[in-house]
Ligand binder design. Structure first.
Ligand SMILES: NC(=O)c1ccc[n+]([C@@H]2O[C@H](COP(=O)([O-])OP(=O)(O)OC[C@H]3O[C@@H](n4cnc5c(N)ncnc54)[C@H](O)[C@@H]3O)[C@@H](O)[C@H]2O)c1
Ligand SMILES: [Zn+2]
Length: 695
């Protein structure tokens, strides 16, 4: 049996008695169980599911009060700490069970007043569901195995067949007071009830201890999985592969690298997106399958997925055996437009006056016979979308094998996607940086200025690509940025290395928006002593290198079709003639003019090209650690240690220029908001050198 053959996977019970003993309080116990539930995404997806415990706590005036700790809104079971649980006074929550109805606003306001600690996070949307079940520990999860049955057309019968009368079945209803009351009543009215299954949503299980509730959750998931596996009686998922020839992994990667910039441009209608490729076995099995096309029209596999995946993925038919890449590119653009138009129609059909339309671009793109691409302004969000779609794949596989996969209606989906309580979770995310969703490639990334540029662009929210002939140095420059950066070693004078750097940017992030051409060397000699080799080296790195980087940047930016910014880090010497540096200064002048020519050429594609001219940035610069320092000092007839003072004195402002000053100028030209109407421009960052004043 292949790794992908089992219909529904069984879940391991990860409870560890020794580790659990460390969790001494009731709250510690529920934290411990939450980590186990969230640690297996087949049990609880990111941000989804919630846990609670009941006990007693001491309030702010020292009284012992009965309390319930419920997971706070916006946290994730896998990583949450005790501070992410909200303690509420149980005696002020329980009387709500007597009400017939309650609006979301009233419920949220009431629960806020019940908090033992007002500084704790807002408690979960599903707080009342936990409170109304009498047991001490309640676990609500969205397990694949349960949703296989809960998202089946005849889910109620299947659940009954699997669990008999111990399972209570609740028809789909949006979470809130009424659902909580229905669940509470099902448990309170029938002492034999051992679990509650929420149609098209998930599972509620309880116990006297966290251990008990956890064990029962896992046992119930496995009972559902065994039932689904035996019931389906087949091992082939999604009707098996479609009729096209299956591509190997290399061919899939090759296809994606060729089309990702096109796709990125197509799905970045209102803001730039990062693309995350997923070619895992089960994803490929799905996009290659006979049934995928129909299944992707049904809807989400759990209400929790909606704000991260949207109701439907963007499905792009493609047969690599008979169609070419140009056809696919064309289709991607058309599919993205159609997706947006459909999304606007969906919004207009169900929106009320208060609703504001979300970004209409897809979050999940499925390219038939190739793979999945997750789309989001941050890599973290793209990862969440991808991971949730993995859950959807498992649920669709099971549900369509045991019965027929069903989902929320469009109206029910809208009610979740635009539910203020769901949107509240999203509002907890940090304020986006001004370059969020942008990808910036910086050459000379291991050097003083390159590093400062990377720091600032990354702090502004960009994903960054560090390129330098010093591969280790480039890696060190971005090691603090985690998944939001990659580094590539290579020489800007090599066509192949430059192409490779851009290809790496495309496969890591989907494309490119900002290119900072900054790699450099310096040499100094009177003309009579300048060797041809020295002349050629300056030309190769500073002129040809900038040409090659800009050419590749143009190719990718034009394919993406969303404009872009190229920034050259030239030099004051590109404008000012001085002695003993003709090879360097002439090559820097070539850079400046190349930037202007490219600005003239790029305008119609929205590609801006601007130049920053530093002067005498001694801090952090490898150039200034080399013979250049002594050569320049000799040229001015001063000792090398006197250079800082010499350069400061010769500026109009009387200041030394630092790498971060250059980085600020680069950020200015990188940002559309700051300089969207400037191209062919130059910005001197030199403390003021009157000979370099542009005219
Ligand atoms: N520091 C200054 O005073 C000053 C003044 C004017 C202009 N500049 C320009 O600023 C840019 C950055 O300079 P810096 O001060 O950070 O110098 P730096 O030496 O610290 O950094 C330059 C980086 O470019 C890399 N590099 C050199 N040749 C390369 C090649 N062929 N391919 C890929 N990478 C290569 C180096 O490995 C180095 O990491 C250069 O273009 C330089 O000419 C600097
Ligand atoms: Zn739920």
């Amino acid at each position: 049996m292949s790794a992908t053959a089992r219909l529904v996977d069984l879940i391991a019970n990860d409870w560890d008695d020794a580790a659990a003993k460390q969790a001494t309080t009731t709250l510690d116990q529920v934290v411990f169980a939450s980590h186990l539930l969230g640690g297996n995404r087949a049990v609880s997806n990111f941000g989804g599911g919630n846990t609670s415990a009941k006990g007693t706590t001491v309030d702010h005036v020292g009284r012992e009060v009965p309390a319930i700790w419920v997971k706070g809104s916006g946290s994730d079971l896998a990583t949450m700490s005790s501070r992410d649980f909200t303690p509420l006074r149980l005696e002020e929550v329980l009387p709500l069970f007597e009400l017939d109805e309650m609006s979301d606003e009233d419920m949220v306001a009431h629960l806020a007043r019940c908090q033992v600690d007002p500084a704790a996070p807002r408690s979960s949307i599903e707080t009342l569901l936990h409170a109304f079940i009498p047991a001490a520990h309640v676990h609500h999860t969205h397990p694949d195995a349960i949703n296989v049955l809960a998202c089946s057309r005849d889910g109620r019968e299947l659940i009954e067949e699997c669990f008999g009368s111990s399972a209570a079945w609740i028809e789909y209803i949006r979470p809130g007071f009424t659902l909580a009351k229905q669940v509470g009543a099902a448990v309170r009215d029938n002492p034999d009830t051992g679990l509650v299954v929420l149609a098209k949503h998930g599972l509620v299980v309880w116990g006297d201890t966290a251990h008990d509730a956890y064990d029962r959750t896992i046992a119930i998931c496995n009972q559902a999985a065994e039932f689904a596996n035996s019931r389906a009686g087949i091992s082939v998922r999604f009707g098996g592969p479609n009729e096209s020839k299956r591509l190997d992994q290399d061919a899939r990667h090759e296809t994606l690298n060729a089309i990702l910039p096109t796709l990125r441009g197509a799905v970045s209608s209102q803001r730039s997106k990062l693309l995350l490729v997923d070619l895992s076995d089960r994803t490929c099995e799905f996009v290659d399958s006979a049934d995928a096309q129909d299944l992707t029209k049904v809807g989400a596999a759990c209400p929790d997925h909606l704000v991260h995946t949207k109701r439907l993925p963007m499905w792009v038919p493609y047969d690599p055996a008979t169609e070419d890449l140009e056809t696919l590119k064309q289709r991607l653009s058309e599919a993205a437009q159609k997706f947006r138009a459909d999304y606007v129609t969906y919004f207009e059909q169900y929106a009320s006056d208060q609703d504001q339309i979300a970004d209409p671009d897809p979050r999940i793109v499925l390219i038939q016979n190739v793979g999945l691409v997750a789309v989001a302004p941050t890599l973290k969000n793209a990862r969440i979308s991808r991971d949730l779609f993995h859950r959807a794949i498992e649920v669709m596989a099971g549900a369509s094998a045991v019965s027929e996969f069903v989902s929320l209606s469009a109206q029910e989906s809208f009610a979740i996607e635009y539910w203020p309580l769901e949107l509240y979770k999203l509002s907890l995310a940090p304020t986006p940086g001004e370059l969020q969703g942008k990808v910036a490639l910086v050459t000379g990334a291991a050097g003083g200025i390159g590093r400062a540029v990377l720091d600032l662009l990354s702090a502004s929210g960009a994903a960054v690509v560090a390129f330098d002939i010093d591969a280790e140095g480039a890696a060190r420059s971005v090691e603090a940025f985690g998944e939001n950066a990659i580094s590539v070693g290579g020489d800007v004078t090599s066509e192949a290395a430059v192409a490779e750097a851009f290809a790496s940017a495309v496969s890591a992030f989907g494309g490119i928006d900002v290119v900072v051409s900054n790699a450099g060397i310096a040499s100094s000699a009177p003309i009579a002593e300048t060797t041809l080799a020295e002349w050629d080296r300056n030309q190769a790195v500073l002129a040809t290198g900038y040409f090659l980087v800009a050419r590749e940047a143009f190719r990718k930016l034009q394919q993406q079709g969303a404009g872009g910014s190229i920034v050259f880090v030239a030099s004051k010497n590109s404008l000012v003639a001085g002695p003993n540096a003709s090879a360097y200064s002439t090559a820097k002048a070539a850079e400046l003019h190349l930037a202007r020519c490219l600005a003239a050429e790029g305008g119609s594609d929205g590609i801006r090209v601007n130049t920053v001219n530093p002067d005498a940035v001694l801090q952090g610069s490898k150039i200034w650690d080399s013979s250049w320092r002594t050569e320049r000092a000799d040229a001015y007839g001063i000792p090398p240690e006197g250079l800082e003072e010499h350069y400061r004195a010769r500026t109009v402002l009387g200041v030394n220029v630092l790498p971060v000053d250059i980085a600020q100028a680069v950020l200015h030209f990188s940002s559309l908001a700051r300089s969207g109407k400037s191209t062919g421009n130059l910005l001197n960052v030199d403390g003021g050198v009157s000979a370099a004043f542009p005219r």
